[in-house]
Design a protein around this ligand. Sequence first.
Ligand SMILES: Cc1cc2nc3c(=O)[nH]c(=O)nc-3n(C[C@H](O)[C@H](O)[C@H](O)COP(=O)(O)O)c2cc1C
Length: 170
Amino acid sequence: MTSSSAPADLEPHGDPERFRHVLSHVPTSVVVVTGTCGDTDHGMVIGSFTSISLDPQLVGFYPANTSTSWPPIRDVGRFCVNVLAQGQGELAGRFARKGGDKFAGLEFDRAPHTGAPIIPGIVAWIDCVLDREIELGDHSLVVGRVMDLCVSQSEHPMVFSRGAYPSLGD
Ligand SMILES: Cc1cc2nc3c(=O)[nH]c(=O)nc-3n(C[C@H](O)[C@H](O)[C@H](O)COP(=O)(O)O)c2cc1C
């Protein structure tokens, strides 16, 4: 692994509000990473999901160190990435909150390899085993090895940009 540090005469600006504001102008995907630990299902909204490598097939995302949903999923080492469809704002809100049973009243299938929840109405799912996790500041980089994946319907995927979920045209 390579890493670099900024030259000593260049100070980072350090203003978190400016960081958040500028980065909110970079549109992201909106997925729910799900996993099952014992009898308990877990899920969290992730906007940092991306594909990483074609050979081997790897995907990744960045959970915060404060996440309570990620540690039990890490422990089982298996997860499913649910790509939300445009219009699934209620589900995005449900899986972005902390605590409680986020799956209450939700009927869902299970991913073939990992058994993690597949949320109804999503555009696609990607079933993964944990390949590695790398600590990076107040988040970590999680790398998943793709075991199976499927486009489940042709809806537009949800996008997050400037604090909202704008509609995509055709
Ligand atoms: C659009 C959107 C994108 C998000 N992206 C991330 C992310 O990439 N990493 C992360 O740790 N949390 C992200 N969050 C926040 C988590 O969804 C939220 O903190 C989490 O589900 C609740 O915390 P828990 O892990 O303790 O259940 C995002 C939230 C929203 C609404």
